[in-house]
Design a protein around this ligand. Structure first.
Ligand code: SF4
Length: 249
């Protein structure tokens, strides 16, 4: 099975390179007879994908990780998105017992005081819920772009995620931020109000700050950590190792 999925990923990856966003999403949907999940954190790229998937009428499960630490503006764009497109995004919350144990152990903001504590928080609030969101999925759509970081520049449109046993697709991989912003403006897509205030990449409120002009797009994520430590476990490489890059969502 993994070999068949690897071959399918190779075929889709090549096909993605010669078609547009709508074609990519249709190819991906047609490749599976089972569950395809789109995980959104309501950032600019995810909003563009939401519009594309909904306007094409493609069957996909929309999932988000409600960590409990999101910005009010993120909940606002979540609500506006559901209203505009007439559907519900399924929220996956941290396991209550795991969260209670985490906060009892490290305090409510323990993630500032050590990499292990930060990873434990991401593990409880994001990684474990993501596993539930992707249960039984055959395909996983994400909003990664290649120019967001050095690591992402080396990603493929479509890859076999060995750790999760599914095909992971990044239909916006070759889009620039300006491309995505123009697409959202053209289609009047709701966007997070924080983008206009310098928050180019938006995650949990205590772990995200606005970036200054000229700073890398994702410099505002876990800004107190060194660059090579910025991982949260959501994106695992084809070899099953954690992606050494900033996370999405
Ligand atoms: S981004 Fe910050 S608050 Fe959110 S899960 Fe990770 S450590 Fe916890």
């Amino acid at each position: 099975m993994p070999d068949a999925l690897r071959r399918l990923a190779d075929r889709l990856d090549q096909a993605f390179a010669t078609t547009d966003l709508a074609g990519r999403l249709r190819l991906l949907r047609d490749a599976f007879d089972g569950r395809v999940v789109f995980t959104t954190s309501f950032g600019l790229e995810d909003q563009a994908l939401t519009h594309a998937i909904r306007s094409l009428g493609l069957e996909a499960d929309f999932a988000t990780l409600d960590t409990g630490r999101l910005f009010p503006e993120t909940y606002d764009v979540w609500a506006r998105t559901e209203e505009k497109y007439g559907f519900r995004v399924k929220a996956f919350h941290p396991d209550a017992d795991a969260l209670q144990a985490l906060v009892a152990d490290q305090g409510i903001n323990g993630f500032y005081y050590g990499l292990d504590m930060r990873k434990a928080c991401c593990g409880a609030r994001k990684v474990e819920p993501l596993g539930r969101a992707l249960a039984e999925a055959q395909g996983w759509i994400v909003g990664l772009r290649g120019d967001q970081s050095d690591h992402r520049a080396n990603l493929r449109f479509v890859e076999f995620d060995a750790a999760r046993g599914l095909i992971k697709a990044s239909p916006l991989l070759d889009f620039s931020r300006d491309d995505v912003a123009a697409y959202c403006a053209l289609h009047d897509v709701p966007i997070n109000a924080l983008h206009e205030r310098g928050f180019l990449s938006i995650g949990c409120a205590p772990c995200t700050r606005a970036v200054k002009p000229g700073e890398p797009e994702r410099a505002g994520r876990w800004w107190w950590e060194s660059e090579d430590k910025k991982e949260c476990g959501l994106h695992v490489g084809a070899d099953g190792r954690l992606a050494r890059a900033k996370m999405v969502g």
